[in-house]
Design a binder for this molecule. Sequence first.
Ligand SMILES: Nc1ncnc2c1ncn2[C@@H]1O[C@H](COP(=O)(O)OP(=O)(O)OP(=O)(O)O)[C@@H](O)[C@H]1O
Length: 526
Amino acid sequence: MTSVRTGSHEFNLASRRAEESAARRFQAVQWLQSVVGQLGIPNHPSEKEFISCLRNGMILCYAINKIHPGAVSKVVESYSYLNGEYQLPAAYQYFENVKNFLVALEQLRLPGFEASDLEKDNLESGSVTKVVDCILGLKGYHECKITTSGNGFFKHVKTPTFQLSATKTHPPSATKTSRHLDMSSVRDRNDGTDGESDQLKVIAKLIADHMFNSKEYIDENLFSLDNGCEISRANFEKIISRFPELHSVFKDFLNEGTMKSSDLKSMPLEELPVHEVDQFAQSNRSLHKRLLKTQEKELADLKTLFIETKQDFKDLQVHLQRDLMELGNQMQEMTSAAQGYYKVVEENRKLYNMVQDLKGNIRVYCRVRPIFNGDMKGVIDYIGKDGSLIVVDPSKVLKDGRKTFQFNQVFGPTATQDDVFKETQPLIRSVMDGYNVCIFAYGQTGSGKTYTMSGPPGKSATEMGINYLALSDLFLICDKRKDMMTYEIFVQMVEIYNEQVRDLLAENSSCTKYPFMAAETSIYIT
Ligand SMILES: Nc1ncnc2c1ncn2[C@@H]1O[C@H](COP(=O)(O)OP(=O)(O)OP(=O)(O)O)[C@@H](O)[C@H]1O
């Protein structure tokens, strides 16, 4: 079945080719006649007749000289007169004309042919087509020259030739060369005449038939962009756009306008069978399904994670609220506890001061200074823990020699500064609760008043006197109670000497004597 269809197709092709070449041949004859006059052959000559009239080269030379005077300087046309009759020129003379004609063509940059193409023996090898091409080229050149008054640019147009392979049994190499379609014939002729349009229709139909019947693919040589055939491609697209029947055939080609030639080469339609396309699509679908399933699973996992996180967040929120409430309760408890604490502190203070009152507002302590001279005999006979002190007067031997004294407490020669301070500390603290307290030292010269109240000169921390220790303790209490109470502390130092009271810190020397006057308020301080 296929072979029958292929044979019929071949026949159609051959017939169409013959028709076309005949039409072109007639066109060439017609033009030659218009230039050089009657050729002496029919208007529709056979190839043989056509070639025979051109073989001597004279017509060709006349024609080119008509178009381009002097193109062939010398045309051999004299017949030799021999034995009373004209003899045809010798063959080499024919050859001379043809050769000159071909040289002239070359100078005009027009396509030529081989001199042998005019030989009888070469008619079957397509040589006539070359000659026809040459004459039509000359015709085109002539027309161009007339139209542009000799200034125009002429471009030769060749015959469109089909050399399609008849069957698909040809080896690939043969197919490659035999499927060549030279589209240059339709170049610059898209706005052509009806005759050209008919030709194009013929071409288009041929291509369409061929593609449908033999499932040919477009040869890579045809649309090779690497070879600079962009114009061919553009022209081809224009042709296709004229004929709707070709749209479906060249759909892919038109859509792949941006494809690289390498892509076309790497994936011809023939090399991608239908079942492989199906397989590819199927594997693609299965891949998509797998991806979809994976994504669905991940989505489900994410949802679960989201729900868990949401639940965790809610739990955390509840937990935080509970903690906040607990913290609030604790704060309230602490506030009430603090209020209770302040009440208790206040009560303790009152009780404390009450105890101090009960102990007595005036307390007298005795401190016995150590004996520095080892030879001297001590007078202290007894120191009682109850504050009793027995002193012995060595000058009075009998009962008058012993005298007993009673104090709040007696500190012996070994008592430290800290021992003395601790006994007075509770009284000093009463100052911070608003009580007035006065501590002073009394005794004869050298008995140790300064030592007890201030400490020895260059004193260390352990030897600081009551003044320093008391002030340090007051500042400590002040710091402890800073959240509850604000204290203002002032210091004044006076000296009482020879019944004269002097302000030791007064800046104005005239105001050092009692009664003192405050510099800022002008108030007398008593
Ligand atoms: N408890 C003590 N331990 C050791 N040394 C002491 C003690 N008491 C006093 N002294 C020393 O005795 C000396 C006399 O003491 P201090 O100067 O304190 O006496 P005073 O009563 O202030 O004398 P004045 O009234 O003349 O100023 C000083 O050298 C002092 O260091």
